[in-house]
Design a protein around this ligand. Structure first.
Ligand code: AKG
Ligand code: FE2
Length: 341
């Protein structure tokens, strides 16, 4: 479905998913920050998903990134499996081995029908976190034979990291916090970037392109294409296709946002169904705070009769639990042997 928005006629919802036009905020219009914050608060308190338009990420850069996703997955299987995920979950994830098994949303008992390439913030060799050897900080795994892949992908993650920083004052204001409240936590964000390929294959019963799940991180940015697949569980329990608006992002809040806000902002279940008749590519950017950030009930999300519901926990501790339970890289240790099967 194509929901086109003619110039000057931006609708504020499509198919019950709020649309936030960032143009006034991005151009610094007076009053734009509290206005966008109110829209974001309403969206995350009710649906947990919204769509942003006029976000400033160039359409050519988004198209170029999809082209790189396609180029990566078009490589021979033995080249991809040689880049299989390391212990930081960076690298290639083969199809048919993983799903979010810990999901409360659905009894995910079949592996997902997508293959993906993962990376995180690219760190210089002398980066203290990289040198610490801690899990999930890197290093990334890069294909050596795909000319320009690394540079182009990093151009995109840089743009997304910048967009994330621009949106932090909106998130803070939405929670009645000072606009710079989240700035320190996101100055060196912990993000994951995923280049997914969903082939048009038949799913078994209770099998999906990606099974119903919530995201572990803070906010996820999903650049939209005209190949449908992404579905959101609406408050009434029905699954709704995310409508396609050209040049938009679907944005959802994840488990970290949910815990930090004492459950005030949702971490909404979503899933993707396999495409029909053509391949589908997705390039979700999963934004999280610095891994040492303590996720502890925000001051404006607690009060008399509203005690903190979740134990304080670092983002790092949450990631350890989540990855081990859902995307344990050792599940691919045999991949070299099966390459080309
Ligand atoms: O393919 C999509 O549109 C959504 C993917 C997703 O939810 C995820 O990778 O966490
Ligand atoms: Fe997701």
């Amino acid at each position: 479905m194509v929901a086109s928005l003619s110039h000057g006629q931006a609708r504020d919802r499509v198919a019950d998913i709020p649309v936030i036009d960032l143009a006034p905020y991005m151009s610094g219009e007076p009053g734009a920050l509290p206005h966008a914050a109110k829209e974001l608060r309403e969206a995350l308190e009710t649906i947990g998903f919204f769509i942003i338009i006029n976000h400033g990420v160039p359409r050519e850069l988004i198209a170029q990134t999809f082209a790189e996703a396609k180029r990566f997955h078009a490589q021979p299987m033995d080249v991809k499996t040689a880049l299989r995920m390391n212990e930081h979950n960076n690298g290639y994830m083969a199809m048919g081995r993983y799903a979010v098994w810990t999901s409360d949303v659905n009894d995910n008992d079949k592996p997902d029908l997508n293959e993906a390439f993962f990376l995180r913030r690219e760190r210089q060799p002398n980066d203290p976190l990289l040198q610490s050897g801690r899990l999930y900080v890197g290093p990334n795994r890069w294909p050596e034979n795909l000319d320009g892949f690394r540079e182009r992908v990093l151009q995109y993650t840089d743009a997304m990291d910048e967009l994330s920083r621009q949106l932090m004052p909106i998130c803070a204001t939405a929670l009645d916090l000072p606009p710079d409240y989240f700035d320190a936590a996101f100055a060196e964000s912990q993000f994951t970037f995923r280049l997914s390929h969903y082939p048009p294959v038949a799913a078994e019963v209770n099998q999906f392109g990606i099974a119903p799940h919530t995201d572990a991180n803070f906010l996820t940015f999903l650049a939209q294409t005209d190949v449908p697949g992404l579905q959101v569980r609406m408050p009434d329990g029905t699954w709704q296709d995310v409508p396609y608006i050209p040049d938009s992002y679907a944005v959802n809040s994840g488990d970290m946002m949910h815990r930090w806000t004492n459950g005030r902002f949702k971490s909404t279940p979503h899933r993707a169904v396999p495409p029909v008749g053509s391949d589908r590519y997705a390039i979700p950017f999963f934004l999280g705070p610095h891994i040492d950030t303590l996720i502890e009930c925000l001051p404006t999300c607690q009060g008399p009769g509203r005690p903190p519901r979740f134990e304080p926990m670092t983002y790092d501790a949450y990631l350890h639990w989540w990855y081990k339970a859902n995307y344990d890289a050792s599940l691919q240790d045999d991949l070299d042997d099966t390459a080309g099967d």
